[in-house]
Design a binder for this molecule. Structure first.
Ligand code: FAD
Ligand code: SIN
Length: 543
């Protein structure tokens, strides 16, 4: 991908003999649904170290609202869940992956319940909600709209039961250590202990997506794509990165974070109206507000342009205060902070970047093309989501693939020699000049550029302009050596922005959440295939 010069293999210069070492059988990077589920499984086989950039609970998982889509609601439920996932994936899902993940979902959710998770139920029966693209109610939820927090708390508690799982918070992983195509662990910075090496027999990346590279996003600050970028530097194949999902409804109030207003709200009858109070989705799609996310997001944008407004509105006023308070207590509380009573006021909303559909290419065991390196959750791309993600299928994938990656990594341990020690690796410090740059200024500019030029609507001209600007930033940002997470995050964001733009330029069609206004139609003849990119190549391969 790099035209000018070959990118540095590592973000920082280091000599392994100068830093303290930690040893573990399985290293897990990230403590969301995928990382913790992987850690719990791997703990059946050996010692596990979990590194987490912030506190253990910080990440997308804890913020998830709608719930987990799971085939537990009736006899036909597995096949109809598969059909809905394939439909929304627009011809790019890997059907065997879809069948496996959906078939194993019920077991993973039952297991969470055994570990103490409480999902909403009535008379002892689970309650199921509906979201866009789902033909049936199949989404389990907890405390109304606090599903992610319930799952995260359950997994943290279960991990703590295992004495061989060690969780190190405030540990920012900078790079994976690899030699000759084999991963041996990672170099990381602990907030007080400084730089360290974590040597591992097997490594599982579960560091989440890249949402923060867009100005408008539902994703929390830790979601800067570090894992995908570090895997790319280590030689991993990245897949389908041009597919970025934009959630139709995030709260749009100047000064407020772009908090999600769950799609489940529309599943309960919430209507989208413009500033004139007109319901508009009915004229764009037969499923109206419950059409797939890409369609709702694009039509919101269209309606904003048509009415010259910065947002549209969600109308929940007909649902009733009691139902709203029971189903969506978190959203109700959040809106109340801005003086919006959702039982009687309209909620200003607009789309924002929500989910990284692509990621590190893996098989159904989370195995990447690098020996000893697995990936699971949003950091990975299994082909489950295809060109778009069905709502609430992500927590499901994290649970199933976390378990599978943990099991695969654990199983592999017995094939490796019992003793292993630190390798001596010295990475030279030859870098460009080191004068200061304003990291946050570049970051803000990068996020704005990605939102404007590589957002919901893309066009050759906007993509080319973005590529040119990113190339310019690259020349002075990537050459520098930073000594703090903000700098490394910026370098990771820049790396991924370039990869996303490159693949979005190449895919000259519209499919799923990749919309090209200059190629508005789906083109199965040329583009029914995945995109891959690695450090040396960019290739498009047929499905
Ligand atoms: P995350 O939960 O994001 O965890 C990533 C972890 O990696 C964190 O612990 C982070 O600190 C750590 N990390 C990152 N970089 C580093 C680094 N350099 N070094 C060390 N650690 C690092 N999906 C659904 O299915 N249902 C929903 O209802 C739903 N609602 C959502 C609501 C919101 C607001 C958001 C943002 C997402 C929602 N999603 C939902 C998507 C879903 O929550 C995520 O895709 C999923 O939780 C990702 O899990 P994960 O374990 O892969 O990553
Ligand atoms: C939501 O609650 O709308 C988010 C669900 C998801 O991202 O899957």
């Amino acid at each position: 991908m790099e035209n000018s010069s070959r990118p540095h293999r590592y973000l920082i210069p280091f000599d392994t003999s100068d830093v303290p070492h930690i040893f573990t059988d399985v290293l897990v990077i990230g403590s969301g649904v995928a990382g913790l589920r992987a850690a719990i499984e791997a703990a059946e086989y050996g010692e596990v170290l979990v590194l987490s950039k912030d506190t253990v609970r910080e990440g997308s998982t804890g913020h998830a609202q709608g719930g987990v889509a799971v085939a537990m609601n009736g006899a036909q439920s597995v096949q109809s869940h598969i059909d809905d996932t394939l439909d929304v994936g627009c011809g790019l899902c890997d059907e065997s992956v879809v069948r496996t993940i959906i078939s194993e979902g019920p077991e993973r959710v039952q297991e969470l319940i055994r570990w103490g998770a409480t999902f909403d139920s009535e008379d002892g029966e689970l309650l199921f909600a509906r979201e866009g693209g789902h033909t049936h109610r199949r989404i389990v939820h907890a405390r109304g709209d606090a599903t992610g927090a319930e799952i995260e708390a359950t997994l943290v508690a279960e991990a703590q039961v295992h004495r061989n799982i060690h969780i190190l918070e405030h540990s920012c992983v900078i790079d994976l250590i690899s030699e000759d195509g084999v991963c041996h662990g990672a170099v990381f910075q602990h907030s007080t202990k400084g730089m360290m090496m974590a040597w591992s027999r097997q490594t599982i990346l579960a560091s989440g997506g890249t949402g923060r590279i867009f100005r408008e996003t539902t994703n929390p600050p830790v979601v800067t794509g570090d894992g995908i970028a570090m895997a790319f530097r280590a030689g991993a194949k990245l897949m389908d990165l041009e597919f970025v999902q934009f959630h139709p409804t995030t709260l749009y109030i100047a000064g407020a974070s772009r908090a999600l207003i769950s799609e489940a709200v529309r599943g309960e009858g919430g209507a989208l109206v413009n500033k004139n109070g007109e319901r508009f989705m009915t004229k764009y799609h037969p499923d109206a507000e419950l059409a797939p996310r890409d369609i709702v997001s694009r039509n919101i944008l269209q309606e904003m342009k048509r009415t010259a407004d910065t947002n549209v509105y969600l109308d929940l006023t007909h649902i009733g205060r009691e139902t709203l308070a029971k189903r969506f207590p978190m959203i109700m509380g959040l809106c109340a902070e801005f003086d919006i009573d959702i039982a009687q006021d309209l909620i200003p909303v607009r789309p924002s970047a929500h989910y990284t559909v692509g990621g590190i290419a893996t098989d159904l065991h989370g195995q990447t093309n690098i020996e000893g390196l697995y990936a699971c959750g949003e950091v990975a791309c299994t082909g489950f989501h295809g060109a778009n993600r069905l709502g609430s299928n992500s927590l499901l994938e994290g649970l199933v693939m976390g378990m599978r990656a943990g099991e695969a990594a654990g199983n592999f341990l017995h094939r490796l020699s019992k003793s292993f020690g630190p390798r001596h690796i010295k990475y030279p410090a030859e870098r460009g000049h080191q004068s200061d740059i304003d990291i946050s200024d570049v970051e803000i500019s990068l996020r704005s550029l990605m939102w404007r030029n590589v957002g919901i609507e893309r066009h050759k001209d906007t993509l080319d302009a973005a590529a040119e600007r990113l190339e310019f930033w690259q020349t002075y940002v990537m050459e520098r050596t930073f000594d703090n997470p903000a700098g490394w995050q910026l370098q990771n964001m820049l790396t991924l922005a370039r990869a996303i733009v490159r693949l979005a330029q190449a895919r000259s069609e519209t499919r799923g959440c990749h919309y090209r206004s200059d190629y508005p139609d789906r083109d199965d003849t040329h583009w029914q295939k995945h995109s891959f990119i690695d450090r040396n190549t960019q290739e498009m391969t047929g499905v």
